[in-house]
Write a protein that binds this ligand. Structure first.
Ligand SMILES: Cc1cc2nc3c(=O)[nH]c(=O)nc-3n(C[C@H](O)[C@H](O)[C@H](O)COP(=O)(O)OP(=O)(O)OC[C@H]3O[C@@H](n4cnc5c(N)ncnc54)[C@H](O)[C@@H]3O)c2cc1C
Length: 518
């Protein structure tokens, strides 16, 4: 019987990578995407005539993209223009303190010495050495592993890896571990923030998450045209491999026959036959039965939700402070942010503010003209429950912009210069999530093993994206897309159809079969 091909549900990062790699191996692939553009969370909003990156802004771990593009015979630098940033991030405190971290480790060391003294700078060096070790130890046995379990990982780590983790204290929280490294509370606060990169609290995230600091120290790049250019690039390459994209097309149900995937039903009533489906939405949607009762078995458990956010996409003047591309503004009361969010399920009364100044960092001078900005504060994933009133959101906005002002930055966007996105909006965009942006929280030492692997318990249903292994973030989602493509190929029992090499042009006629609505 002719293989009806693969349907990929969702054109987020992982869905795009899966689609590209499966098509490159000769499979007919159709991507159905509820939204109107590729990228999912990698979205760009038009504000006052300017395209503002309003999802991810920090591009790291480019080696994952190098591998993805090499697998289809091309190179990242041949497809998009990316620029390494010399300043990784600029950090401000309300008392006027300021610290830059640099791509050059020596420059960071000197900056920390000037900021907190030579003894703390030595502790920073020791922290960097340990973060490097943890990253190196976990890259193979965890990040690249198809389906890590504690037992398998212990086997893969070897004696050296085990001793790295034992020294770290595998049960310790990131916050505790940072307290052993730093005596300066500002540095503990700064490095604790890396837990939020995967939507978690530094007090509950395991110490292993210090590897995220290493990820950033390995390099941060700016992408010409914004992060959305990455998604558009992958879509272009996938189309060239014959992938069919159907936007504005939500999948309403994944169909099973005899316990195996047999197709998908679209919200418009159409049915696409397929023996293999890659689901790139959040597994919480499967778990909640949003893709049909029978597909629930693919996500039997989901852990507590990760962070959501309130964001402001702006095109406005920024006055009073020299911004770099990535800026973080800290308050004095860090812990309350996480007790408010995870303990009380409310917006933080004293939020830390991340501000991405998208026109800065690549040498373009600040002329004082309106610039592209994204401000983000963490928020509870309670979208869709009617719990976040407009008064609470306005108060959060007031706190956010007041903190910026106290740190010396004045932003006064007019209504047309700013678009606010809330957990309710994220919940609408990413069904089943409550607005959680990073799948389930990485809380507790074994939470990283609780994420589903690419091959779900339902034959023919594969999972890809930030809510499954190896976890959230653009590069991790890309890795997950690769793992899902590999799992699909393994399910076919052969990788011999491989067709590497980017080909040009043309829509495919090899789409999944279309049948009548059932
Ligand atoms: C504001 C914000 C800031 C972030 N900052 C960073 C950062 O700086 N660096 C970083 O690396 N990461 C960051 N992240 C996280 C990163 O964006 C995500 O982890 C990653 O992009 C998720 O990719 P994904 O493959 O899971 O797909 P998603 O982006 O979640 O996309 C899934 C797609 O599936 C579609 N879909 C879902 N259900 C259906 C259905 N039933 N039918 C059809 N289509 C469906 C959705 O419409 C969506 O397009 C940020 C995220 C946000 C929102």
């Amino acid at each position: 019987m002719a293989d009806p091909g693969v349907v990929v549900v969702g054109a987020g990062m992982a869905g795009l990578v899966s689609a590209l790699q499966l098509a490159a191996r000769g499979l007919p692939v159709t991507v159905v995407e509820a939204g109107n553009a590729p990228g999912g969370k990698i979205r760009q909003l038009q504000v006052n005539g300017a395209g503002i990156d309003s999802g991810p802004t920090v591009f790291t771990l480019r080696w994952i993209f190098d591998e993805v593009l090499a697998s289809v015979g091309t190179r990242l630098e041949d497809q998009v223009r990316i620029t390494p940033l010399s300043v990784l991030a600029r950090h401000f405190w309300e008392n006027g303190d300021r610290l830059d971290l640099f791509a050059d480790p020596q420059a960071s060391h000197e900056a920390v010495a000037a900021f907190a003294g030579p003894a703390e700078a030595q502790r920073f060096r020791d922290f960097c050495a340990q973060a490097r070790e943890v990253y190196d130890t976990l890259e193979g046995p965890f990040i690249r592993s198809t389906s890590p379990t504690m037992g398998r990982m212990v086997g893969d780590l070897g004696l050296r890896g085990l001793s790295v983790l034992t020294r770290l204290g595998p049960m310790r929280s990131l916050w505790d571990s940072l307290g052993r490294h730093f005596t300066d509370p500002r540095l503990r606060q700064l490095f604790g923030r890396y837990a939020t990169y995967c939507g978690s609290s530094p007090w509950e995230a395991p110490a292993t998450l210090m590897l995220i600091a290493q990820v950033e120290m390995d390099g941060v790049w700016a992408v010409d045209g914004g992060m959305h250019a990455l998604a558009r690039m992958l879509e272009r390459l996938a189309r060239a491999q014959g992938v069919t994209f159907r936007y504005g097309t939500a999948c309403a149900r994944i169909e099973l026959q005899g316990g195996c995937v047999s197709g998908v039903h679209l919200a418009n009533g159409e049915r696409l036959g397929a023996q293999r489906v890659v689901f790139n939405g959040d597994v919480a949607a499967l778990h909640a039965g949003l893709l049909g009762d029978s597909a629930r078995a693919a996500a039997p458990r989901v852990g507590p939700r990760s962070l959501s956010a309130v964001t402001w996409s702006m095109h406005t003047r920024a006055e009073g402070l020299a911004l770099d591309r990535h800026n973080v503004f800290f308050t004095g009361d860090y812990r309350s942010e996480f007790t408010d969010i995870f303990g009380q399920g409310r917006l933080p009364r004293r939020p830390t503010v991340y501000l991405c100044a998208q026109d800065r960092g690549t040498g373009v001078p600040d002329t004082g003209a309106p610039q592209r900005l994204l401000a983000l504060v963490n928020a509870p994933a309670v979208g869709g429950q009617g719990r976040l009133t407009s008064e609470a959101l306005d108060e959060c906005e007031h706190q956010t912009f007041s903190l910026l002002r106290r740190c010396g930055l004045t932003l006064q966007p007019q209504a047309r210069e700013s678009v606010r996105t809330t957990p309710d909006d994220f919940h609408r965009l990413f069904p089943g999530t409550g607005g959680a942006l990073y799948g389930q929280a990485t809380h507790g030492w074994n939470s990283a093993f609780a994420r589903s692997p690419a091959a779900s318990p339902v034959p023919g249903l594969f999972l890809a994206g930030g809510s499954v292994h190896p976890g959230p973030g653009v590069p991790m989602a890309a890795m997950s897309g690769q793992l899902a493509a590999a799992a699909v190929m393994a399910s076919l029992g052969s990788t011999s159809r491989s067709r590497p090499g980017a080909t040009s042009g043309g829509m495919s006629t090899r789409s999944a079969t279309t049948g009548s609505s059932a």
